[in-house]
Write a protein that binds this ligand. Structure first.
Ligand SMILES: Nc1nc2c(ncn2[C@@H]2O[C@H](COP(=O)(O)OP(=O)(O)OP(=O)(O)O)[C@@H](O)[C@H]2O)c(=O)[nH]1
Ligand SMILES: [Zn+2]
Length: 216
């Protein structure tokens, strides 16, 4: 790819859809077939870098790398891996805000494939359904384990929770450090990125501020 094309891609990095751009044949291959193929590709990259793949410390790296990509870092690409979000009938009639704070974010930036590390805070106001608390953390983990931009991660979590809870009254805040900003390029160790997305009642500044006060 030419440098100008990369620059164009960079400028257009905010996608118009909140869906992760996947090809229709994304899951035609099994995980093991993907691991085998990625292993060969990564072996070629290491070879190009001049590394001696017969070294006993390096020889297992292409397989380790491929397994890590498919089964760990990017397990969230496959919709079959979406956690089951158990919801319960809100029979106690809890109608105020529920906040799940300091949810761990381990993600990867899709421009450099480097880590995005941070925390998410989520609030919602139940209607007829409440969700098992751990399912909120699991959902965040699932969407984080894709090549991501933080804005889309925030929107994907918001949309899924709104659908699962059958209410628009959800808010998602993510604060994260991008290693592509802190460890390469500009190498700014201090800055972090915050994204906030919400719907329903959280459009009201009073409701939003009540949430922001709780996560402060
Ligand atoms: N909006 C947004 N940008 C991101 C995210 N993660 C990484 N980026 C940015 O994506 C941009 C890609 O820009 P390019 O100019 O194509 O890439 P680059 O030459 O490596 O850019 P530098 O990082 O400035 O060296 C960089 O500015 C990154 O900081 C994200 O989650 N959201
Ligand atoms: Zn990046």
């Amino acid at each position: 790819m030419k440098k100008e094309d990369i620059e164009l891609l960079g400028n257009a990095h905010i996608a118009t859809s909140i869906d992760t751009p996947l090809r229709p044949d994304a899951f035609d291959k099994s995980d093991n077939e993907k691991i085998n193929a990625i292993q060969r590709h990564f072996e070629a990259i290491m070879h190009e870098l001049g590394l001696d793949l017969t070294d006993d410390s390096l020889s297992g790296t292409p397989y380790r790398f491929a397994k890590m990509y498919v089964k760990e870092l990017f397990y969230g690409l496959n919709p079959n891996n979406r956690p089951k979000i158990s919801t319960f009938h809100n029979k106690y009639g809890y109608k105020k805000m529920l906040v799940e704070k300091d949810i761990n974010i381990d993600s990867s930036c899709e421009h450099h494939f480097l880590p995005i590390v941070g925390i998410a805070h989520i609030g919602y106001i139940p209607k007829d359904k409440v969700v098992g608390l751990s399912k909120i953390n699991r959902l965040v983990d699932y969407y984080a384990h894709r090549p991501q931009v933080q804005e889309r991660l925030c929107l994907q979590v918001l949309k899924d929770l709104q659908d699962a809870l059958e209410t628009e009254d959800v808010i998602v805040v993510i604060t994260a450090k991008h290693l592509c900003v802190s460890s390469r390029g500009i190498k700014d160790k201090n800055s972090s990125t915050t994204t906030i997305e919400y719907g329903g009642n959280f459009i009201e500044p009073e409701q939003r501020n009540a949430f922001l006060k709780l996560i402060d």
